[in-house]
Design a binder for this molecule. Structure first.
Ligand code: FES
Length: 261
């Protein structure tokens, strides 16, 4: 039995009142699952099998229900991670602003790639989709706290501060030593150390697409060349349109006819 497993019963008893407080907030017990899993992760550094088992018991769920929920969310780690989880945005606005160079710089400085943890267990590194801070591209999260306007000099400063223990974001607790990746083998390609390619025609898992990536153009072609594209109008538009969706579709079809489509 590992030290973490030995310590778990005491941790569970310490967290139980908070779990009960969370559960009491919801009409249905099962709604407390995600906040409870975050609570355990904040205390163990990841969501252990023990934590999932305990949650299943407290919420009257099966372990399979708990694990299938936890495994859906990439912000819940089912294996130990580094004390600092560095999640660099590889979305389009960040890519236009230089995310490819920023990611390459991180990989070089850390000596690891996507979904990997450094040998000393200090850093886990992940390239993620849009973090919804595009106005401050390029950006990232450090243990879920944002860092904006990244440059190599800023990255050097951040990594040095994390190594020195002076970075303003607290390190994650680490109750078990992380392996070289926290990906779980069942998660398809990810278990092989690969990730889904960033875009059409992009094979390297470390290539986010971006410049030279034809995906955007292919999508644009699809939109422009589709005669009845606006037939896919959603009902939401009807809320702000005085005309009904059926009327709009009919009008657009007529306009299409006039335009010779
Ligand atoms: S693309 Fe990076 S935050 Fe949106």
């Amino acid at each position: 039995m590992t030290q973490r497993e030995k310590d778990f019963p005491a941790l569970l008893e310490r967290l139980r009142p908070e779990c009960e407080r969370i559960i009491a907030q919801y009409e249905q017990k099962r709604s407390a699952l995600l906040p409870m899993m975050h609570l355990f992760q904040q205390n163990e550094g990841f969501v252990s099998q023990d934590a999932m088992q305990a949650a299943a018991e407290m919420l009257d769920l099966t372990p399979a229900e708990v694990e299938s929920t936890v495994s859906f969310y990439t912000l819940l780690y089912r294996r130990p991670v580094g004390k600092y989880v560095l999640q660099v945005c590889r979305g389009l606005p960040c890519t236009i602003n230089g995310a490819e160079d920023i990611m390459a710089y991180f990989r070089e400085k850390l000596g690891i790639g996507h979904l990997q943890t450094t040998g000393d267990g200090l850093f886990s590194y992940e390239e993620v989709e849009c973090l919804a801070a595009c106005d401050r591209a390029t950006c990232m999260e450090v243990n879920l706290e944002f860092a904006y306007d990244l440059t190599p000099a800023k990255i050097d400063e951040m990594l040095a501060a994390m190594r020195a223990g002076t970075y303003p974001v607290a390190p994650m607790p680490q109750t078990a030593a992380p392996a070289s990746t926290w990906a779980v083998p069942q998660d398809g390609q990810v278990g092989d150390g690969k990730k889904a390619p960033g875009a059409v025609g992009v094979e390297s898992p470390d290539n986010a697409g971006g410049v030279g990536d034809a995906s955007g153009l292919i999508m644009l072609d699809n939109i422009i060349n589709r005669d009845v594209y606006f037939f896919h109008r959603t009902q939401e538009r009807a809320v702000v349109e005085s005309r009904s969706v059926a009327e709009l579709v009919e009008e657009e079809a007529k306009e299409g006819d006039r335009a010779g489509h």
